[in-house]
Structure formats: C-alpha cells, structure tokens
Design a protein around this ligand. Structure first.
Ligand SMILES: [Zn+2]
Length: 401
C-alpha cells in the first residue's frame, strides 16, 4: 500500500525473550504483518531487548537547572524554605524556562520516556511563565513526547493571595490538562493569607473547565489522611472518577493491614489515583497492595536538579531501579513489577494505552543491549534506540529533534 508509514525492526527480543523476532510498525501501531505492497523502512535491532517506553507521572521541568552551571544549594528543611529556594533559583537562571524544560524533556525522550505529567509552578512570583514555557517545550516535542500540564500552586492558594486568580487564568487558557494543589490542611491550611479555601477552588476549576486534578500531599497522619478522604469524597460527588490524582501521599505508607486496605478500597471506589517518586523506604507507596485493591498508581521523577535537590535525571528506567532499591526488590518478579509501575502504572494514570509489544500495541519502545528485564532494571544499560509511534525519535542518548 503506497504511502503507508511502515517500519520493520528486525531481530529484537521483546521483554528479553530468548528468540529474536521482527516487530512491524504500521501507522504508529504494531501489526501482525506488513500490508501488501508496503515498502517499509528497515531498522536492524542486532538482538537487542525491546521494552515499552515509560511514563513519568510526576516531574517539575520548570524548576530544573539541568544542563546549566552547577547551582550550590543552601540548607533547607521546610516547605517555605524550599519555596524561597525555587524563587531564588528561578531568578538566577540565564537560560529561558522554555529552553531549560525542553532540554530536560528531550533528555527524558532519549532515556526512553514516552509521556510525562509536568507540574509547573503558578504563583504571583512567576505569573504564568511556567505554563507558557512548558507549552512551548511541549510544542517542540510533539510527536516524540506526550506532555500533560498541571498548573501547580506551589506557594499555596490560601497562603498566597493572587494564586487563585492565576490558576483560573491558566484553566481558561486552554494550555493545561490539570489543576494542582498542595497540602490543603498543613502548608495551605493553617497560615491564612486571605486566599480562598484550596480544595473548593481547584475542584470548582476542574469541573468548570473539564480539567483533571493532581494534588501534592506531603502531610502525614490525620493532616494527610483527612484531606485524602475529603478529596475522594469530592471526586465522587463531582463525578470526576479516574481524573483525580494525589501525588506523594506520605500518609499512606504509614498505614498497614486493615487500615491500608480500607483506605485503598475507598480510593479505588472514588477513582482517585496516586503517584510515588520512591524517595525512601518509609515514604514509598505500598504500590502492590494498592494496585491489588484497584487503585491506579504511577511512578515519577519529581524535581530534577532543582533548588530542592541536586539529584534526579528524568530517566524513568533509573527511577524503576530506585523503586527497586527503596522497596528492597530482589526477585525477578519484584524487579519486573518496578518496571511495570513505570510503564503500565503511569499509562493507566495518564489515560494512555498500555504498550504490550503485541499487535495492536502503540509502537512505542526502546532497544537496549542486555540479558533479561530484571537485569536491565539493575544494570541500566544505555537506551540505544527510542521509538515513538513507529518512528525512531532518539538514538544513542540523543533526541533526534
Ligand atoms: Zn512534585
């Protein structure tokens, strides 16, 4: 069929299978065979492993200093201190935000990421610079990376008057996919700066503009659990099941047994998903227990080389490795589960089709030299080739932009 976009990836091993096969990509999707008369592009896989590309369900590209001169951080231990550090770093960057975000996200593509949910700060200190900057980066990466934008009130809505108006402006701009939130009971609950109550405002915006919600929740104990239950109740009442996510949710790993099961059932029934960035053994979400009870869980990078932390690299295979490290994954199944959270967990959370590498699957995958999937999660081989919708979008660590 003349004009059909078809590519054959010869001699690759899906998920590390022993016997190499050929993968046929036709119009962005994997197919059983090529259509009659197709004249495909041929890419030699050299026996490499083919794995689904990954979904970064939580990243902050607007804050990054990735690729910039080294930034020396001062000690910080509380949210207000971190927030001041963000503003300070923002003011000291010489490279425009859109350029920095693009550089980081292009690196994510080259590392094997197919989609991200990007939280961008919206506050009077920046106006909508993060939203417009990320929209520009998204435009430049169209076809290689899906970018969902969250307008994130990092400085608080109640705490920082003027933020609510900016969120409303962002919601009406058509540039964002979701409205964010932060610690409605702690950081943005107690210190009353005169702004509106946060959850009232963000649920209202989500309903009026048909947007999703993704709320940062660092608070532990009742200050975390009460808002989490409140978010679940509001999600049900507003008919927003499947469109609301709570990020970090450090109050959840504190639970075990019946209390964890009861909360998981509540979140699953309300259609509230969770994301973790696997920051530590005591803060990582118990994702297997949550998923077993029907809760969607995604994995993300969080901040990458920003004012909060010198660490991070927007490499989701490395994040799956860190998830294995923090959860003490040892068996092949446990290591495979960590990879699956980065691949399928994120896809479920962002409402993307899962990549199965079977006919009908999106032709989104990466090729790397290795032995088997668990070994890849441990050894982190370079991503030799990254394919999006059947097209090679990165090679040898470089985005082909
Ligand atoms: Zn975050």
């Amino acid at each position: 069929m003349a004009g059909t976009a078809a590519t054959v990836f010869r001699n690759v091993r899906p998920y590390g299978a022993e016997r190499p096969v050929d993968l046929f990509a036709v119009e962005g999707v994997l197919a059983e065979r090529l259509p009659d008369g197709a004249e495909p592009v041929v890419v030699e896989g050299g026996g490499r492993i083919a794995l689904p590309t990954l979904v970064d369900a939580h990243i902050h590209p607007d804050k990054t200093a990735w690729g910039e001169p080294w930034y020396s951080r001062r000690p910080a231990g509380s949210l207000p201190e971190y927030v001041r550090g963000d503003v300070d770093l923002h003011r000291h960057q010489r490279t425009p935000l859109a350029e920095r975000a693009h550089r980081l996200l292009a690196h994510a593509v080259a590392s094997g990421t197919r989609a991200v949910r990007a939280h961008v700060d919206v506050a009077p200190a920046y106006g909508l610079a993060g939203v417009t900057g990320l929209a520009e980066a998204r435009e430049r990466l169209a076809g290689a990376l899906d970018v969902q934008l969250v307008a994130f009130p990092q400085h608080g809505v109640r705490r920082t008057p003027g933020t609510g108006e900016l969120l409303a402006e962002a919601a009406a701009s058509g540039l964002i996919d979701a409205v964010g939130g932060i610690d409605p009971a702690g950081f943005d609950g107690g210190a009353d700066g005169g702004g509106p109550a946060q959850l009232d405002l963000v649920f209202d915006l989500a309903e009026r503009h048909g947007l999703r919600l993704d709320v940062h929740l660092h608070d532990q104990g009742a200050r975390g659990l009460d808002p989490l239950r409140d978010i679940a109740a509001r999600t049900k009442a507003a008919g927003l099941a499947g469109r609301v996510v709570v990020s970090h949710a450090f109050c959840v790993p504190e639970l075990a047994g019946d209390r964890l099961a009861e909360l998981a059932d509540h979140l699953a029934e309300a259609g509230v998903g969770l994301t973790t960035v696997a920051p530590s053994a005591h803060q990582v979400l118990p994702f297997r227990e949550l998923q077993a009870r029907g809760v969607r869980v995604g994995l993300g990078s969080d901040g990458v080389r920003d004012s909060w932390s010198p660490y991070g690299n927007a490499d989701m295979l490395h994040r799956a490795h860190l998830l294995g490290w923090t959860t003490d994954a040892r068996t092949d199944q446990e290591l495979t589960d960590c990879f699956a959270l980065a691949a399928d967990g994120g896809a479920d959370l962002l409402d993307l089709p899962r990549v199965t590498l079977r006919p009908g699957s999106p032709a989104d995958f990466m090729l790397l030299a290795g032995e088997c999937l668990p070994q890849v999660v441990v050894d982190l081989p370079p991503r030799d080739l990254v394919v999006r919708a059947g097209r090679v979008v990165a090679r040898d660590g470089r985005h082909l932009g």
